[in-house]
Write a protein that binds this ligand. Structure first.
Ligand code: AMP
Length: 216
């Protein structure tokens, strides 16, 4: 296996599934959202540029996100990887294919995590993330043992700035308009695999693993 991409609207569980798959399959997890948030946290110029778009729930420009992904893919050039949140536009998908082809690699399959809109909004509004280890919780569906504190490492839990109702709605519209065409792009290549994203993280990961088994 060379590479997989995980596509889904915000709240579909991309990050959660990617972390489970990273452990189960020993593949490299590359999240464009995490790379962007890290660039913001370290105060780089790319981070400053990206923040303006992210705060509004819009996509950051293709060139910016492509450059971060390319740096990261070069670091681990030989390992199988799972891209989470990238590509989000057809142009990103095409650039990715070119980037990989230069190294004799390609995407094996694009997994589409499907979850109804009402459930996405409920999931995102209650989402909390650990500042220290990145573990994710949900105020209702998966609450931490003590409020505001990570069960795993004791770190502080925070709500992402873009997880407020208005920005969530904007991100869902952006998905419909800009990322749905990416699903069609992979469908045309025969690489699209749809996964029912409803249920618990382990139920969903069982479905994902069954599908990846076929793609390998
Ligand atoms: P995520 O953590 O995947 O939900 O991404 C959070 C935000 O980062 C998105 O709402 C976008 O503003 C930005 N972002 C992440 N990945 C991409 C991408 N592939 N292209 C453009 N913007 C992105």
């Amino acid at each position: 296996m060379s590479g997989l991409v995980l596509i889904g609207p915000p709240g579909a569980g991309k990050g959660t599934q990617a972390k489970i798959l990273q452990k189960r399959l020993g593949i490299d997890h590359i999240s464009s959202g995490d790379l962007l948030r890290a660039a913001i946290a370290t105060g780089t110029s790319k981070g400053r540029d990206a923040k303006r778009y992210m705060d509004r729930g819009e996509l950051v420009p293709d060139d910016l996100v492509v450059s971060l992904i390319e740096e990261r893919l070069i670091e681990d050039a030989a390992r199988a990887f799972l891209l989470d949140g990238f590509p989000r536009t057809v142009r990103q998908a095409e650039t990715l294919a070119d980037m990989l082809a230069r190294k004799g690699r390609s995407i094996d399959a694009a997994l589409s995590l499907d979850v109804p809109t009402d459930e996405l909004v409920a999931r995102l509004g209650g989402r909390r993330t650990c500042r220290t280890c990145g573990a994710m919780f949900h105020m209702v569906f998966d609450p931490p043992r003590s409020p505001g504190v990570c069960d795993r490492c004791g770190g502080e839990l925070y709500q992402r700035e873009d997880d407020n109702e208005e920005t969530i709605r904007a991100r869902l519209r952006v998905f419909e308009k800009q990322t749905q065409p990416v699903l069609e792009h992979y469908a045309k290549q025969g690489k699209l695999r749809a996964v029912d994203g409803r249920g618990t993280p382990s139920e969903v990961s069982e479905r994902v693993v069954a599908i990846i088994g076929d793609a390998r």
